[in-house]
Ligand binder design. Structure first.
Ligand SMILES: Nc1nc2c(ncn2[C@@H]2O[C@H](COP(=O)(O)OP(=O)(O)OP(=O)(O)O)[C@@H](O)[C@H]2O)c(=O)[nH]1
Ligand SMILES: [Mg+2]
Length: 275
């Protein structure tokens, strides 16, 4: 990444010298100009690509992003909403691994090594959790906490799994599982719920990693608790009532799964021998 000088502790650890697959970070933005000066410099220097999906910001978000990271990839979105933005970003991303995080300073890019580490260790999909030991949130009113808790329980009841968090914007996955996430109908803040549930239904290897969520640094939230909470609830009901998409059976196919793992291991080796 041809970026601004990273903060000394950006990334938490130095991974230079370690062979890594190509890593893309996807960040949706809607009027986050002031927050980018915090978020972008904290992305580790070994990240290969930063994709910013701008939803038509009326402030200087895009100019600030380009000033901070000259080779940043800026894309637009086909429909309104955070979900539509992430979908476009995932399609544009070229990395073997995709990390999604927010621009407002509530998710810390210095945690990226923990997500990437678990993927390299064998997970298909890694979701941040504010409620695992080691995680926390400073940005959740009691009613949002209650809502998230109820929705986590609902997902457990309907789909099994042992998630401790659901509606959180910090997640990472190998790009080859993207078709299994089947995100076409998730335009809004329900996108993370949809990703989590579809990963579960597809039988992917999911790991949770403790993550700290901070208050957004500047500006106001785009989330509207009731309508967006309703969208999350409806998504869970819709997915509960529908059969997994045809492509999803691929994940259950042992041969396909082994082929994916083999190809990923090879990517790490190839990178390694190129050093
Ligand atoms: N491109 C794009 N980005 C969006 C859209 N809506 C929200 N975002 C971005 O998605 C991220 C999360 O949005 P927030 O408004 O922080 O939502 P939230 O984190 O649930 O709410 P707070 O906890 O109050 O910050 C931020 O980086 C936003 O700029 C959208 O319609 N398009
Ligand atoms: Mg936020």
């Amino acid at each position: 990444m041809d970026s601004v000088k990273n903060e000394p502790d950006a990334g938490g650890v130095s991974l230079s010298g370690l062979a890594l697959p190509k890593i893309s970070v996807v960040i949706p933005t809607l009027n986050e100009e002031q927050n980018l000066s915090y978020t972008l410099p904290r992305i580790p220097a070994w990240v290969d690509e930063v994709v910013l999906v701008d939803g038509g910001s009326s402030d200087g978000t895009v100019a600030r992003a380009r000033a901070l990271v000259p080779d940043i990839v800026v894309v637009g979105q086909d429909r309104p909403g955070k979900g539509a933005a992430l979908r476009c970003g995932f399609t544009a991303a070229r990395g073997d691994i995709i990390v999604a995080l927010d621009a407002d300073g509530s998710t810390d890019p210095a945690e990226i090594p923990a997500f990437v580490g678990l993927l390299i260790a064998g997970a298909d999909f890694v979701k941040g959790s504010r409620f695992l030991q080691g995680g926390k949130t400073e940005d959740m009113e009691w009613y949002r906490f209650m809502g998230n808790w109820v929705l986590v329980k609902l997902v457990k009841l309907a789909f099994g799994g042992r998630f401790t968090d659901l509606c959180y914007g910090y997640n990472a996955f190998w790009r080859d599982i993207l078709p299994l996430l089947n995100l076409d109908r998730s335009d809004g803040f329900e996108i993370e719920t949809s990703m989590n549930v579809q990963a579960l239904r597809a039988g992917l290897r999911i790991a949770e990693v403790p993550s700290s969520e901070y208050l957004r640094r500047h500006g106001t939230s785009h989330l509207r608790t009731l309508p967006d909470g309703w969208r999350v609830f409806s998504t869970i009901v819709r997915l509960g009532m529908s059969k997994p998409a045809r492509g999803m059976t691929v994940a259950f196919d042992g041969r396909a799964s082994r082929a994916r793992s083999g190809e990923r291991r090879q990517r790490v080796r190839l990178t390694s021998s190129a050093m």
